[in-house]
Design a protein around this ligand. Structure first.
Ligand code: PMP
Length: 367
């Protein structure tokens, strides 16, 4: 280790500032995962895995999709995803992070502008850094700020980048107004549906007018892993031809594709899971108001803002000691002074446990 003294001291400095990120196990009731519909450890997907193995779906892809890695299961998934999300075409990628880097590094061209909500995910920023288009932020969820910036722009096509459900605050973007704005300016609306896909069926941008690029991650509501980009055929073909994180990467496991197909099949046959989830989320909102006086939650992601890092970490640790797996989120993931408990509601946790958790949280916060 002595050869890495600078790394060690950089880690030490993060630790002193209470900012060191480390891995920890999972224990207690799930108030931490993005497995919103409880599919990740479900019989539904376990049985789908066994059925796929039995019908001979390969476990590994063996290479890039552009070489021998392209499997039937990938193509079936993409056709089914295009139908489910009502897009012309779809592309399966290894994950949402790489999918966002592919979208933003490839689709907006030189002379274009990516006009992004100031809260978009780190992966969209990563893509923008790699891309050739200009970039500009607009104030979070502020349609008039976005409109003013669009009107002032004199260059090429504008790509408006937003999330439908924001990952750390759980608030929902004004997608209808943004889609109308995009149509008016012949802009493209790029919607990262990571936290909406599955939880809100085909997502919150489903059915909106205009040119829409969708990102549907498969590791959250769909319970598996990977991501589906939905867009017009010419944009999907552009990604296949040009996106480096697609071209130079081993294709995701065909088995993984088979599992995502099973999750989509379940959601296209029935809305039982999203409905049950919505009911549980409504219960959680009511309990947060009753126990903590907190209101204004839009979705299954419920932030409880604490403020400084240390008290947020301490509170999370005390809740963990009570058997609730709740995690604190700190800067730089969230703005300074807004360290928080990020409490997602999933079908892994029954209503009565949610009630007990909020009652316990109220007691702990009063200490
Ligand atoms: N976009 C958003 C909004 C996310 O929250 C995440 C996951 N944290 C991603 C993209 C990345 O997706 P994945 O985890 O599938 O790489």
């Amino acid at each position: 280790m002595s050869g890495f003294a600078r790394h060690a001291s950089a880690l030490e400095a993060l630790k002193t500032r209470g900012r060191l990120r480390v891995l920890s196990g999972r224990g207690g009731y799930d108030f931490a995962s993005n497995d919103y519909l409880g599919l990740a450890d479900s019989d539904l997907l376990r049985n789908a895995a066994m059925a796929a193995i039995q019908r001979g779906v390969p476990v590994g892809s063996g290479g890039s999709r552009l070489l021998r890695g392209n499997a039937e299961e990938h193509e079936l998934l993409e056709a089914e995803a295009a139908a489910f999300f009502s897009s012309e075409a779809a592309l399966f990628m290894g994950g949402g992070f790489v999918a966002n880097t592919a979208i933003f590094s490839t689709l907006p061209m030189q002379g274009d502008l990516v006009l992004f909500d100031e809260w978009v995910h780190a992966s969209a920023h990563e893509g923008m850094k790699l891309g050739r288009a200009d970039t500009q932020a607009f104030a979070h969820n502020d349609v008039s700020d976005a409109a003013a910036k669009l009107e002032a722009w004199q260059g090429g096509r504008v790509w408006i980048a937003v999330e439908s459900v924001y990952s750390m605050d759980g608030d929902i973007a004004p997608l209808k107004a943004l889609a109308e704005l995009a149509v008016k300016h012949d802009a493209v609306l790029v919607v990262d549906e990571a936290h909406a896909t599955g939880a809100f069926g085909a997502g919150l941008a489903h059915g909106l007018p205009g040119d829409i690029v969708g990102l549907h991650t498969c590791g959250k509501g769909l319970g598996v892993h990977g991501a589906l980009i939905t867009a017009d055929r010419v944009l999907i073909d552009t990604l296949i031809a040009k996106a480096r994180s697609f071209i130079y990467a081993t294709a995701p496991s065909p088995l993984n594709a088979a599992l995502v197909r099973a999750a989509l099949a379940e959601l296209s046959q029935s809305d039982t899971l999203p409905k049950a989830h919505q009911a549980l989320v409504a219960h959680a909102h009511a309990e947060a108001e009753r126990c903590l006086g907190l209101t204004g939650f839009d979705s299954q992601i419920m932030p409880v803002i604490v403020g400084e890092d240390r008290p947020a970490l301490d509170l999370a640790a005390r809740m963990q000691a009570h058997g609730y797996d709740i995690r604190a989120i700190r800067p730089p993931t969230v703005p300074k002074g807004t360290s928080r408990l990020r409490i997602p509601i999933t079908l892994n946790t029954p209503a009565e446990v949610i009630t007990e958790m909020f009652e316990t949280l109220a007691k702990e916060m009063a200490k």
